[in-house]
Design a protein around this ligand. Structure first.
Ligand code: HEC
Ligand code: HEC
Length: 315
């Protein structure tokens, strides 16, 4: 009797799995375009800046001083373990030797790997083609931080829950050409940086309800509130970055903003991870982001655990 019972349960489980697998596509068409890498006199510097700012938070390993990867804390433990890839030119552990330029460009925009799997952690469908070009130029260079780092930080292993959660998400379209905003348009440039660096991923309502194609349409865009686990296991909530004077950063000066974003020192407290210290943002980049944030509608949204600032009245 017991045996039949288990058998039946297994049958149902198999059927359910089959339906789920059918519903959740796991393999996608891979990169097909031709791709020609162009080295301009500025490519290396711009690429280095972008790789530190847009990939560094997840792939730069401080202990090693190279982009050899890290354990990734962005998913719940019940899904398994994820390690970010080794982006150095290591012949043994590096991912660069396995990727063509076309496959890398495709991965960065869509989230689809060279073998047709979707990884949802780093999709940037709106990144300008020239920026992707420069990122690849830098990653293929012999700069110390991407020169062979023969270290493996660990191997990703997702369990069934993890795989199901990831397969329920969909890749973004490959849109090209996309150009960079004009360098002297501070607001447009700031908006673009918030998009490709991914400030809005953490600083909007929820990481699970982002709109990667139209960042500003994400729920609670830049109004803060997403919950994280801080280094000591305590809950930590992302700040409201709209220019509300009491619950946002409306009372910040441009200098305050540079210090908070690059050194982790806000006017009223020290900032904790997962907020990064973006040491590699230039004055212009930081000021452009600041200029852009000033244009957002003021949202009076008090964040748990953050003091309302005394500066300014109302919002
Ligand atoms: C939010 C964190 C995050 C950011 C930012 C990020 N990555 Fe990743 N990346 C990951 C994770 C996590 C993996 C490993 C996924 C896995 O093993 O399933 C990964 C894997 C990769 C891979 C290997 C894909 C494969 O086939 O296994 C490449 C290449 C890569 N990233 C390049 C980049 C580049 C270039 C940037 C910057 C433009 C970047 N990533 C930004 C988290 C990130
Ligand atoms: C991985 C998530 C994450 C990303 C990405 C991120 N932040 Fe944050 N940020 C946080 C968290 C969490 C806090 C709150 C830290 C604390 O209270 O100690 C914070 C705080 C801040 C503050 C302090 C505001 C205050 O409360 O006074 C500023 C300014 C800020 N972030 C700007 C940015 C900018 C600009 C970017 C993109 C360049 C960015 N953040 C990217 C998570 C993130």
């Amino acid at each position: 009797m017991k045996h039949t019972f288990y058998f039946k349960r297994t049958t149902w489980a198999c059927l359910l799995c089959a339906v789920l697998l059918y519903a959740c596509k796991t393999h996608y068409p891979v990169a097909k375009e031709n791709y020609t890498l162009i080295k301009t006199p500025n490519s290396f510097d711009r690429g280095k800046n972008l790789v530190y700012n847009t990939c560094g938070g997840c792939h730069y390993n401080r202990g090693v001083g190279k982009f050899v990867g890290n354990k990734f804390d962005g998913i719940p433990k019940v899904m398994g373990k994820v390690y970010t890839a080794n982006l150095t030119n290591s012949k043994e552990y590096g991912i660069m030797r396995l990727y063509t330029d076309a496959q890398l460009a495709y991965l960065l925009k869509t989230g689809i790997t060279r073998d047709g799997h979707f990884i949802p952690y780093m999709v940037r469908p709106t990144m300008a083609d020239d920026d992707i070009n420069d990122i690849i130029v830098y990653l293929r260079s012999d700069d110390a931080a991407v020169a062979a780092g023969d270290t493996s930080v660990g191997k990703t292993h997702l369990n069934a829950i993890g795989r199901a959660a990831i397969h329920s998400k969909k890749p973004e379209p490959y849109i090209t050409p996309i150009s960079r905003p004009e360098a002297d348009n501070a607001v447009a440039n700031g908006r673009y940086l918030v998009d490709i660096i991914g400030c809005y991923h953490c600083h909007s309502k929820s990481i699970t309800s982002l709109n990667y194609l139209h960042a500003e349409q994400s729920k609670g865009y830049m109004q803060g509130g997403e919950k994280f686990k801080g280094p000591d296991g305590k809950k930590i909530y992302a700040s409201n970055l709209t220019p509300c004077k009491t619950t946002g950063i409306g009372y910040y000066t441009r200098e305050d903003f540079r210090k908070a974003v690059r050194e982790g020192q806000a006017p009223n407290r020290k900032l904790h991870p997962p907020m990064e210290q973006f040491h590699h943002l230039t004055d212009k980049q930081t000021d452009d982001i600041y200029a852009y944030l000033q244009t957002l509608p003021r949202a009076h949204h008090k964040i748990k655990g953050h003091a309302e600032t005394a500066q300014g009245a109302g919002n």
